[in-house]
Design a protein around this ligand. Structure first.
Ligand code: NA7
Length: 541
């Protein structure tokens, strides 16, 4: 039970997902009074909310976990290569119990505002229940994908059936048996949910705006002896993660597409396709920087789609034509095969756009579809969305939204902080590489950096830290320059903000590599926080 009488903390952290839980642990271990605020009634973050059928992680479970505690690594047993939502949620509950984190978590509470007071050098944090607390440090663990995107379709309120967003799925099981179901969207969430819903529904209609490339996951149950081996080799696992560019154990083969013959390439792609997983994305080093190189992988998958899908018209609709991998790559279990089922129909809403939701279903330009259930697998207002949902104000009352010009001019230093917002830290913030890194790995690195920074400030009697304008300008420029060297910026995706109507287009992920990024963060720490302005209240007065 949390103590509601305490109103002032060293640190307040938002969100009880992977980020917030570890942040709380680190700060508490270092002796700081910390309160974690969580909107849900349990821990888990995205794994608490994403309970849709088929929800699972597409990073191997032996890597998709914390590594800070050897004991924890020894205690937990993953059952399959790609962990299901339920299993990850159990894991995070186990973590919360093991480290007795719940006593400092305030559940079912949403932070609505956080305002910095320049006189007291403290943050005042306002909750939706009308209460507020103060803290010296305000830390966001809101995640990159927590602000759900429900397109503003006319008539949704008139719909007589049930509707759900994959990212705010109810705790009770949704019964699709015999129902007419529509799924809008086919990103990672839609691609996971569609095959599962199809198995149960009377009829499933998939409303697709952009066809997707997806690679078979080929999930399997782990042999317990394999899990024992990973435990015995915990240090080696950590070393593999540390040494891989995305922290997920995958190494990019240092070979260009053009160094191999078409025959060799097809063989390499086929092998990776048969093995399943993201190894497919790591076969060549120029897949995401060279259009011609990219086309070889895209062509390979397009051939696969035509081979798998029986109806040539449906297959044609499923063929993607953007640069492979420049939307978040997807792993699936029987996605393309699902369109061979009698009870599944594919509607191309790029050619026949959705006009409105009606009381009985949905109407496109050309047709009306009757439905009992609509599933919005329509994604998120990524990265800036969750931050802008909170009224965060730094010095002189400037809001984060104003400073970042509503997303058009995001400026951060290393994605960890932003000038004018002292003692505000972001875990997996915009302009960090996190979104393209194995999340728990990226999170541990961020949390460790922030915790070490807070210890440093405290030990040195310093009150505030914020990036200098120059350092963040330079970092943001560097981020943009690296992104421009890749094909990512050419595609409409949540990476570019193009999925949200009216959102300024920008690329807020650092693509220079996690290994370089970590090095840079370590150098900043070693230099006594070069690029940050540090001050004590004595010097402020
Ligand atoms: P995504 O990957 O953003 O996918 C959202 C899907 O919803 C995608 O197919 C969109 O089409 C579609 N969408 C969004 N708005 C509309 C409208 N208005 N009409 C029709 N279709 C629409 O979100 P996910 O939840 O699947 O995955 C998010 C991340 O979670 C994923 O990247 C992993 O990191 C884990 P579009 O492609 O924009 O044309």
């Amino acid at each position: 039970m949390i103590d509601n009488h305490v109103k002032d903390f060293d640190a307040v952290v938002i969100g009880a997902g992977f980020s917030g839980l570890y942040m709380l642990y680190r700060l508490r271990e270092a002796g700081f009074s910390t309160r974690l605020i969580e909107a849900g009634d349990g821990v888990g973050g995205v794994w608490y909310w994403n309970r849709y059928p088929g929800a699972k992680c597409d990073i191997e479970s032996i890597y998709y976990n914390y590594t800070f505690s050897k004991e924890l690594y020894q205690e937990w047993n993953w059952t399959s290569k790609y962990p299901e939502q339920k299993e990850i949620l159990s894991y995070l509950n186990y973590v919360a119990d093991k480290f007795k984190l719940r006593k400092d978590i305030q559940f079912e509470t949403r932070i609505t505002a956080a305002h910095y007071n320049e006189v007291s050098c403290r943050w005042k944090i306002q909750m939706n229940d009308g209460t507020s607390v103060t803290a010296k440090f305000f830390i966001s663990g809101v995640g990159c994908l927590s602000a759900t995107n429900i397109p503003n379709f006319k008539g949704l309120e008139s719909f007589k059936g049930d509707w759900y967003h994959t990212g705010k799925w109810p705790q009770e099981k949704v019964d699709f048996k015999g129902k007419r179901v529509g799924v809008i969207g086919n990103g990672s969430s839609g691609v996971q949910a569609i095959p599962e819903i199809a198995k149960e529904a009377g009829h499933l209609t998939v409303f697709q705006r952009t066809p997707q490339y997806t690679i078979p996951a080929r999930n399997y149950l782990y042999n317990p002896s394999f899990i024992q081996q990973t435990k015995d080799n915990y240090e080696e696992i950590k070393r593999i993660m540390d040494g891989s560019p995305s922290g997920n154990g995958l190494q990019i083969r240092n070979v260009s597409v053009f160094e191999e013959s078409p025959k060799e390439r097809t063989k390499a792609y086929e092998k990776a396709w048969q093995e399943g997983g993201f190894a497919f994305t790591s076969i060549y080093n120029d897949l995401f920087t060279n259009e011609e190189a990219n086309k070889t992988a895209a062509d390979f998958i397009r051939v696969k789609i035509k081979e798998i899908v029986n109806n040539p018209e449906t297959a044609k609709k499923l063929l993607p034509d953007y640069f492979f991998g420049t939307k978040r790559p997807i792993l699936d279990t029987g996605y393309y095969e699902t369109f061979n089922r009698e009870n599944v129909t594919l509607v191309d809403v790029k050619n026949d756009p959705i006009v409105e939701i009606t009381p009985n279903g949905l109407r496109t330009m050309k047709e009306e579809y009757e439905m009992d259930i609509i599933v919005f697998a329509t994604g998120y207002d990524g990265m800036t969305g969750p931050l802008f949902n909170i009224d965060i104000r730094g010095k002189e009352g400037v809001t984060l939204k104003e400073k970042w010009e509503n997303g058009a001019k995001v400026r951060t230093y290393l994605g960890l902080g932003t000038a004018g917002f002292p003692n505000f830290f972001m875990i997996t913030g915009p302009e960090s590489p996190s979104v393209l890194v194995n999340m728990p790995t990226a999170i541990e690195q961020h949390v460790d950096w922030i915790a070490d920074c807070i210890v440093y400030l405290t030990q040195n009697n310093l009150d505030t830290l914020e990036p200098s304008r120059e350092a963040e300008e330079e970092w943001s420029k560097h981020c943009r320059e690296v992104a421009e060297m890749t094909l990512y910026v050419k595609t409409d995706s949540w990476y570019t903000g193009a999925n949200i109507k009216g959102k300024p287009r920008s690329f807020l992920i650092y693509l220079g590599g996690f290994i370089y990024y970590k090095q840079k963060c370590n150098e900043v720490t070693a230099s006594g926080y070069d690029g940050f302005v540090l001050s004590s209240r004595m010097t402020l007065q």
